[in-house]
Design a protein around this ligand. Structure first.
Ligand SMILES: [Zn+2]
Length: 277
């Protein structure tokens, strides 16, 4: 948290003096974990972020920068905002974002607005089970999507097949080169993903499912395989209405989206121009 505050300080210092008074409207932050949106506190974060659960991000930022309003949201939620304004979901009002990285994050936009749930935890799409008899997940359930299609999930499948890949990147490289062992691993990954995505499509009837994160950088062949398998598992009318597209707002989507959230809530709301989330 101290590092976050220091980096905000550096950004404020490096902004031109004129811009500081004229243009900086507030501080937008996107964080991993389930974020209580009203208090800006981390309701839950997994073990990869030890001690992050319970962190009062908004309160501590507001204490340090009392002159600026602060808004805190989940990192995939803010990335979805960036995709909606400048990325692959431009102009769309119903879409799902899926980020395949060290875990699997999700965001859901319905009627132009982020679905937050009771306290802000909605959109944990990586913890939707695709195998109720599958391995135990840290959330308590079995066979969560995250156990199959995140980077560590792909490495786990390779390990259980006794294949000699060091990590998910090696699996994907070998798969793209036509390796048969990598093919067996990625076959499981793609079926798990398609099963999950089909469930999201049937639940939300979205216009698009936007897929980003490190694993998705496997590129067009990966996306093509997911499209093919998802089509087989999705009713025809639902499939006809939806596009599966790669994320387009890039590595800075979270930062841009956090700033856009601030803009929306502080500037537009104050002017009474509130619109799409
Ligand atoms: Zn889980």
């Amino acid at each position: 948290m101290e590092r976050v505050l220091q980096s905000i300080e550096r950004m404020l210092d490096s902004a031109p003096r004129a811009a500081q008074s004229a243009a900086i409207q507030g501080i937008g932050i996107g964080s991993a974990g389930q974020i209580d949106f009203s208090t800006g506190t981390v309701a839950f974060a997994v073990d990869t972020l030890p001690g992050w659960t319970g962190t009062r991000i908004k309160a501590r930022t507001a204490e340090r920068f009392p002159d600026l309003p602060v808004i805190v949201d989940n990192d995939v939620n803010v990335a979805a905002v960036a995709e909606q304004r400048i990325g692959a979901a431009s102009g769309l009002r119903n879409f799902i974002c899926l980020v395949l990285g060290t875990g699997i994050g999700g965001a859901i936009v319905v009627d132009g607005k982020l679905v937050r749930g009771t306290y802000g935890g909605a959109g944990e799409l990586g913890h939707v089970s695709v195998d109720f008899n599958g391995p135990r997940c840290s959330c308590g359930n079995r066979g969560c999507l995250e156990l199959y299609a995140s980077g560590p999930g792909i490495a786990r499948i390779a390990r259980e097949g006794s294949f000699s890949f060091a990590d998910s990147r090696q699996v994907i490289e070998a798969w793209l080169a036509g390796d048969s062992q990598a093919n067996q691993v990625m076959d499981i990954v793609i079926r798990a993903l398609a099963s999950g995505i089909s469930g999201f499509i049937h639940t939300f009837n979205p216009e698009a499912v936007i897929i980003g994160g490190g694993v998705a950088q496997a590129g067009e062949r990966f996306l093509h395989s997911i499209r093919q398998e998802t089509e087989r598992r999705t009713s025809a009318a639902m499939w006809k209405a939806v596009q599966l597209e790669p994320a387009a707002a890039g590595n800075h989507a979270g930062v841009i989206g956090a700033a856009l959230q601030m803009w929306h809530y502080s500037v537009l709301e104050l002017r009474g121009e509130g619109g799409a989330g």
